[in-house]
Design a protein. Structure first.
Length: 409
C-alpha cells in the first residue's frame, strides 16, 4: 500500500510526468557511473598513497573506510531530500561539493586531509541515489523497469571502471591525477544531466526533521519496502560475503595469483551489466516477481559453483558471473517494485532500502571473514547459500501482498 501519512497533508501524488527524451536517461546513467566511481577510487591506490605521503600501507586503508562511511551518511541524511526539494538545484549543489572535495583530495598534503576529503566526497556523491528514483519518476510506467536497469548499468560500469581505470591512471600519472580526472568527469557529466533535467513545479513542504522521522514509518507501514530490504539485503550480503574473501582464495597457494591479477577477476562482474537490459524489459512486461526469484536462485547456484571454485578456476568464473547477474537483477527488480508502491516517497524508500543493503553487506562481510578463518572457503560459501535461502523464504509473502494490493505508482 502507499502510505499517504508520509506526506504533508493535502499533497497528492505527483502528476504523471511529461514525455522525456531518451537522451536524458542515457546521460543520467553516465552521470551515475561517473559519480559512484568516486567512492571506489581509493581502492587500487593504497600503495601509492602510502609511498607518496610516507605512511604505512595499513594506515592508507583509512581512506577507503572514510569513503564508505561518508557514502552511507550521505544516503541517510541527504538522499531523502529528493522527495521535497527540486532535483535540479539539489543535484547542482551535490555536484559542486563533490568536485570541490575531489580537487582538495588531489592537493592533499597529508593522509588526514585526504581521508577527510574522501569522507566528504562519499557523502556528497550520492548523486546516483537521487537520480535512480528520479529516473523512475520520469519514465512511463510501462518502461520503468528498463529505465531503472539502464541507470543501474551506468552504476555497475562506474564501479568496475573506477578500479580498473583508476589503477592504470594512478600507475602512469600518480594518484593525484586520478582525483583530477574524476573531478573533470563528475563536473562534465553532472552539468549535462542537470541541464537536461526538466523543470519542476512546487515540491511538497516538509521539515528536514520530519523528513527523517518519516523513514521508520515507511518501514513500518509499507510491506514492499520491508520485502525489498530483506530480499536484496540477503542477496547483497551473500555477494559481499564471497567477494570479501575471494582474493584470499585467488592469492592462496593453490592459485598463486598476484593481487593485481586477482583484481582482474572483477571484470567478470560486467556480466551483470550485460544482463541488466533483459531484466528491465522483463519487469515491465511481467512484473518484478520473476526476476527477484531468479536472482535469488542464481545466487544459491552460485554458492555451489563458488565451493567448487576453491580448486577449479572455471567453476570460480561461473560463480562470479552468476553472482553478479543475480545481484544486478535483484537491485533492478526490487527498486522498480518499491518505486511503484511508494510514488510519493521514492527517495526516502530508496534511502531505507540502500541503508539496509549496506548494513547487510557490512555484517555479512564480517561474518564471512570469521567463517573463512574457522571453516575455510567452504564456510563462506555456506554463508552465501543460507542468505539466498533466507531471501527465498520471503517470496510467498511478497506474492501474497502484491496479489491483494496491486501497485498504483
Amino acid at each position: 500500500m502507499t502510505d499517504t501519512s508520509l506526506l504533508p497533508r493535502d499533497v497528492d501524488a505527483p502528476p504523471r510526468p511529461a514525455p522525456v527524451r531518451p537522451l536524458l536517461f542515457l546521460v543520467m546513467a553516465v552521470c551515475s557511473g561517473a559519480a559512484v566511481a568516486n567512492i571506489y577510487l581509493a581502492q587500487p591506490l593504497l600503495k601509492l598513497f602510502s609511498d607518496s605521503l610516507g605512511v604505512p600501507h595499513s594506515s592508507a586503508g583509512i581512506v577507503v573506510t572514510c569513503a564508505q562511511f561518508g557514502y552511507a551518511a550521505g544516503i541517510l541524511l541527504l538522499v531523502p531530500m529528493g522527495d521535497v526539494r527540486r532535483r535540479r538545484p539539489l543535484l547542482a549543489v551535490l555536484l559542486t561539493v563533490t568536485v570541490v572535495f575531489l580537487l582538495l583530495a588531489a592537493a592533499s598534503p597529508e593522509l588526514w586531509v585526504l581521508a577527510a576529503a574522501t569522507a566528504a566526497i562519499g557523502a556528497a556523491t550520492v548523486i546516483p541515489q537521487v537520480l535512480v528514483p528520479l529516473a523512475a519518476e520520469l519514465a512511463p510506467p510501462e518502461k520503468r523497469g528498463a529505465v531503472v536497469a539502464n541507470v543501474q548499468i551506468g552504476l555497475m560500469t562506474g564501479i568496475v571502471g573506477s578500479r580498473v581505470i583508476g589503477g592504470a591512471v594512478g600507475q602512469l600519472a600518480g594518484w593525484r591525477a586520478v582525483y583530477l580526472l574524476a573531478a573533470v568527469l563528475t563536473a562534465a557529466t553532472g552539468a549535462l544531466a542537470v541541464h537536461l533535467l526538466p523543470k519542476e513545479g512546487a515540491r511538497p513542504a516538509m521539515s528536514y526533521t520530519g523528513l527523517l522521522a518519516s523513514l521508520p514509518r515507511l518501514v513500518r507501514d509499507e510491506p514492499s519496502v520491508r520485502h525489498a530490504c530483506v530480499q536484496h539485503g540477503a542477496l547483497f550480503g551473500a555477494y559481499s560475503a564471497t567477494w570479501t574473501t575471494l582474493v584470499l582464495v585467488l592469492t592462496s597457494d593453490h592459485y598463486g595469483y598476484s593481487s593485481a591479477v586477482a583484481g582482474l577477476f572483477g571484470l567478470f562482474g560486467l556480466a551483470g551489466a550485460v544482463a541488466a537490459p533483459w531484466a528491465g524489459r522483463s519487469i515491465d512486461r511481467r512484473g518484478a516477481h520473476l526476476i527477484i526469484v531468479a536472482s535469488l536462485l542464481l545466487t544459491l547456484v552460485s554458492a555451489g559453483a563458488y565451493a567448487l571454485g576453491g580448486t577449479k578456476p572455471i567453476a570460480l568464473i561461473v560463480a562470479i558471473v552468476l553472482a553478479n547477474i543475480g545481484v544486478q537483477w535483484s537491485q533492478i527488480a526490487n527498486q522498480a517494485r518499491i518505486f511503484a508502491y511508494v510514488p510519493n516517497a521514492r527517495s526516502r524508500a530508496n534511502t531505507v532500502y540502500m541503508v539496509a543493503v549496506f548494513l547487510s553487506g557490512a555484517i555479512s562481510a564480517a561474518v564471512a571473514s570469521a567463517c573463512f578463518g574457522a571453516y575455510g572457503w567452504g564456510g563462506v560459501c555456506a554463508v552465501q547459500a543460507v542468505l539466498a535461502v533466507i531471501g527465498l523464504l520471503t517470496v510467498p509473502l511478497m506474492r501474497r501482498h502484491d496479489r491483494l494490493n496491486p501497485p498504483v505508482g
